[in-house]
Design a protein around this ligand. Structure first.
Ligand code: TYC
Length: 109
């Protein structure tokens, strides 16, 4: 048997070298993606965005859209930086293609 038993002392213990047990990974920062209200983007377009880009159910999408409509801003989701950045770009691209003034931003949680 050449496999090393899990209970065996490894090189660090044998040499008395101090090691940190902290995991080598760090939790990534998270970002809220926000939709902003405006007077012109059709409600149905906003619902479609929330379903297609943010994977909401049509019911949740309608609730979020109405919240943004009534409060001026609302949250679409919380993501790591690159995912949030991609979703903002997808919303802004869809709005531009549809010629709607819809705005989408991200902020650190
Ligand atoms: N206020 C828009 C309207 O009355 C609807 C709307 C909702 C627009 C949410 C943008 O992020 C938005 N047609």
């Amino acid at each position: 048997m050449t496999e090393r038993n899990q209970e065996d002392a490894g090189p660090d213990e044998e040499s008395g070298l101090a090691t940190k047990t902290r995991p080598a990974t760090k939790k990534p920062s998270l970002y809220r993606v926000l939709l902003l209200n405006d007077d012109y983007t059709p409600m149905e377009f906003v619902v479609e965005i929330l379903v297609r880009i943010f994977r909401k159910t049509p019911e949740d999408a309608a609730t979020i859209m109405l919240h943004v409509h009534q409060n001026g801003v609302g949250m679409c989701g919380v993501y790591t930086y690159e995912v949030a950045e991609t979703k903002v770009a997808q919303v802004m691209d869809a709005a531009r293609r549809g010629q709607h003034p819809l705005q989408c931003t991200m902020e650190k949680e």
